[in-house]
Ligand binder design. Structure first.
Ligand SMILES: Cc1cc2nc3c(=O)[nH]c(=O)nc-3n(C[C@H](O)[C@H](O)[C@H](O)COP(=O)(O)OP(=O)(O)OC[C@H]3O[C@@H](n4cnc5c(N)ncnc54)[C@H](O)[C@@H]3O)c2cc1C
Length: 371
């Protein structure tokens, strides 16, 4: 049976674009459908733009494997295309003696995950790198960095076009039905509603993944995990950025903890915190700043009063609610939902930006293997 195109990817965020990039490189004629009027308007535009080392995630999990692999690929991609990034390194700090045991457990896990160059530092060694830091002990991750997420997504879009692929913005996915001879008929909404057939379908719709999967009539409801919205807000700071490296406290349940970064423009930014919310709302409540002062002063006691200014917010597409265990990403093939030629990505929260190129390779591999 012939189809209009080999593959359709729903969602033009970092992950959908990376999936399309991997597919066009394998010779799949690919179209990306995006409901917004431009690429990269979803979760990929509201994050920390940190290139993660891959320290924290359970060894062998998709997050651990695809973060470490994706990070290596990402640095090479950013270098080759001259996209803004800085391998500035990161310090994870224990600010109390009782936290040192947890710090050492992260070091063991980072090494088991294959993270290169990890070093254990005393408090004095950490302060010699970043005067002004308060730390009982620290881990140095030299492979961590910061990047220009939009520059990255623009470059991916350019690569997709250069390989003959297409990105249709203002084109919401409205539903799909599996075809008898294999593949899918995909309906789009918007001003130019139409139907197009494709042999393969990838759902990389971020916060919309569950809704998109739910519009495919034969998608088993029990294979669609519940979506929880994990909001995180950021504050920026007036005055000079205090540290050149990323500084992270120990992780909190469900997130990596409110951290410090100096972005590519030299601006100090702090965040994100974690609050489970019922609806998408990107406002930043200045009252959340109170908790930021307390958290930041644990590792930077000199944070001046009144220095923090509300910045922006992002929402994590979480697969767990408050107090529940933090699950792995879900990259579901036919073994999970029974629909051959379909891959659905659920819960692609951090480190999804870092891991995106490896996620793309993984998805293209699943489709090429017929899974
Ligand atoms: C606060 C926060 C901080 C983070 N920090 C980092 C970090 O520092 N480093 C890191 O590696 N990761 C980080 N992440 C994670 C990272 O941002 C995400 O994993 C990644 O951006 C997810 O990309 P995506 O393409 O899956 O989703 P999105 O970027 O949300 O893309 C999905 C796209 O699908 C589109 N879409 C949805 N429904 C439809 C439909 N029906 N039809 C057509 N299109 C549709 C949306 O408009 C959107 O453009 C962070 C996330 C958050 C929330």
């Amino acid at each position: 049976m012939t189809h209009d195109t080999d593959a359709i990817v729903i969602g033009a965020g970092a992950v959908g674009l990376a999936c399309a990039f991997a597919l066009v490189q394998r010779g799949f004629e690919t179209i990306v459908l995006e409901k917004e009027k431009a690429i990269g308007q979803g979760v990929s535009s509201r994050n920390s733009e940190v290139i993660h080392g891959g320290l924290y995630y359970p060894t062998g999990s998709l997050k651990a494997r695809l973060c470490v692999e994706g990070r290596r690929q990402l640095y090479a991609f950013l270098e080759r295309r001259n996209i803004g990034h800085a391998k500035c390194g990161k310090l994870v700090v224990a600010t109390e003696p009782h936290e040192i045991e947890r710090l050492d457990a992260i070091l063991d896990r980072a090494r088991a995950n294959g993270v290169e160059g990890m070093q254990r530092l005393s408090g004095a060694e950490a302060r010699s790198l970043e005067p002004g830091l308060r730390a009982e002990a620290a881990l140095l991750s030299p492979e961590s960095g910061v990047m220009d997420a939009h520059g990255y997504m623009d470059a991916l879009a350019g690569e997709i076009s250069a390989h003959g692929g297409a990105i249709a913005v203002n084109t919401p996915f409205a539903g799909a039905r599996p075809l008898k001879g294999g593949g899918f008929a995909i309906r789009t909404g918007g001003d130019h509603a139409t139907e197009v057939t494709a042999r393969h379908l990838v759902i990389a719709a971020g916060l919309g993944a569950q809704a998109v999967a739910g519009t495919i009539g034969t998608y088993p409801a029990e294979a669609i995990p519940p979506l929880h919205l994990g909001k995180g807000v950021y504050f920026t700071m007036t005055g000079r950025a205090p540290f050149s490296r990323l500084v992270y406290p120990l992780p909190i349940p469900g997130a990596l903890g409110t951290h410090y970064r100096r972005d590519l423009g030299g601006q100090a930014r702090f965040g994100p915190d974690l609050e489970f919310v019922d609806a998408e709302d990107y406002s930043v409540d200045p009252a959340r700043g109170e908790a930021f002062y307390a958290t930041i002063r644990r590792f930077w006691p000199d944070l001046p009063a009144g220095a923090l200014v509300p910045d922006y917010a992002g929402i994590r597409p979480k697969l767990h609610g408050p107090g529940e265990p933090h699950p792995d990403w879900r990259i579901d093939g036919a073994d999970r939902h029974g629909l051959k030629g379909l891959v659905t990505l659920f819960g692609i929260e951090s480190p999804g930006l870092t891991g995106s190129l490896a996620i793309g390779e993984h998805v293209a591999g699943m489709l090429a293997d017929g899974r």
